[in-house]
Design a protein around this ligand. Structure first.
Ligand code: HSE
Length: 361
């Protein structure tokens, strides 16, 4: 899915022009590859180290298992090409850098100049938080952040998106007829929906629980201190992407909700000084060209600050910005971003362009 979105972005930006692309597959070797304006292509074997070793740069959207299976072998074979992927496998490795160029372009430039050849997109919630709060981090205003996430089904994979819609369909089919019966009370409707959620009839192979008309406050596996791995990434990756000297604490609870491909997050930001709200909004909105401040009104929030409004776009709206009752140094805000774009494909797409610029090709 990330690969398809990357292909869309490459096509939309004429990204293949001047490249000699080879397409690889783990499942359809010998199958028909995409035509990107250079004629038909045939899918090559993604485990063929010899074929990969002939590439100047490899981009993988295949996930951590593939990176684990191939990357080391490829490097041990003597390959000195550029590896770009979106998996978490290499993010903390000394030989890799996490890329989110609107936020850390100078670090990427330094790494290229230093001969680093492995670049990895960050965790989607981390990348989307950094895009949203870029202006505050840049100004050194953040003492710590707590982020409570509302993560879309796409973050778990294509099969999970299908399962979410299949769950919706079962609920709709089961409870829908009650809507047409004027004698139905809302409590009847609720009993019907809850009955379906608990009936065991919902498809749950991938999520392991109902997500439609419900939520799942657990993403990925357990790590230490009661965190999930998704929650652990918040602090580890934020500080690595920013290259902070003094670690900024980041923590919160990551929750799966029934959105298709936009992750949303509610932030509590502890500022290290009392900054006026208009300055905060100004800094947030001017940090990069995709972030946008949504006025803290019901009308603007409903219109601009939801997965329904943002899905399929590169926009990163930040709204509900206000000081909290805890004090003037406590800021809250809410942001939404497309998990498949800024959260996955776009940093890789842009890294390839930066690499080409660096190599002059
Ligand atoms: N781990 C994320 C999620 C996916 O489950 O939503 C993108 O990093």
């Amino acid at each position: 899915m990330v690969g398809s979105v990357l292909m869309e972005r490459m096509r939309a930006t004429d990204g293949f022009s001047g490249l000699e692309p080879h397409f690889f597959s783990t499942s359809d070797i010998g199958g028909r590859g995409p035509d990107v304006g250079q004629g038909e292509t045939v899918l090559e074997d993604a485990h063929d180290i010899g074929a990969l070793g002939r590439l100047d740069a490899a981009i993988s959207c295949q996930g951590g298992d593939y990176t684990s299976a191939v990357y080391k072998k490829l490097r041990l074979s003597g390959w000195r090409g550029y590896w770009i992927d979106a998996a978490s496998t290499l993010r903390m490795s000394d030989e890799a850098r996490i890329v989110l160029d609107p936020v850390n372009r100078p670090m990427i430039e330094d790494a290229l100049a230093a001969g680093i050849r492995t670049y990895v997109g960050g965790n989607c919630t981390v990348s989307l938080m950094l895009m949203a709060l870029d202006g505050l981090f840049r100004a050194g205003l953040v003492e710590w952040v707590s982020t409570m996430t509302y993560q879309a089904a796409s973050g778990a994979g294509a099969a999970n998106m299908q399962e979410l819609v299949a769950q919706m369909a079962v609920i709709g089919t089961g409870a829908g007829p009650l809507l047409e019966d004027p004698s139905t009370t809302t409590l009847d409707l609720d009993r019907a929906v809850t009955g379906i959620l608990r009936s065991g009839e919902l498809p749950m192979k991938h999520f392991g629980a109902p997500l439609a008309a419900s939520l799942i406050p657990w993403i990925d596996r357990a790590v230490e201190r009661g965190q999930t791995r998704e929650e652990w990434k918040g602090m580890a990756e934020t500080n690595r992407i920013l290259g902070t000297r003094k670690t900024i604490p980041v923590d919160g609870i990551c929750v799966r909700v029934g959105a298709m491909r936009c992750h949303s997050q509610g932030f509590t930001v502890k500022l290290n000084r009392n900054v006026p709200l208009d300055e905060i909004e100004d800094r947030i909105s001017r940090a990069n060209e995709w972030v946008r401040v949504v006025p803290n009104t019901k009308e603007d929030t409903l219109r601009h600050l939801s997965p329904a409004a943002v899905s399929g776009t590169l926009e990163v709206p930040v709204g509900r910005i206000r000081k909290m009752m805890m004090g003037d140094e406590y800021l809250t805000a809410f942001s939404v971003g497309d998990q498949l774009l800024w959260g996955a494909a776009e940093p890789l797409h842009r890294m390839l362009a930066i690499l080409r610029e660096h190599l002059g090709r």
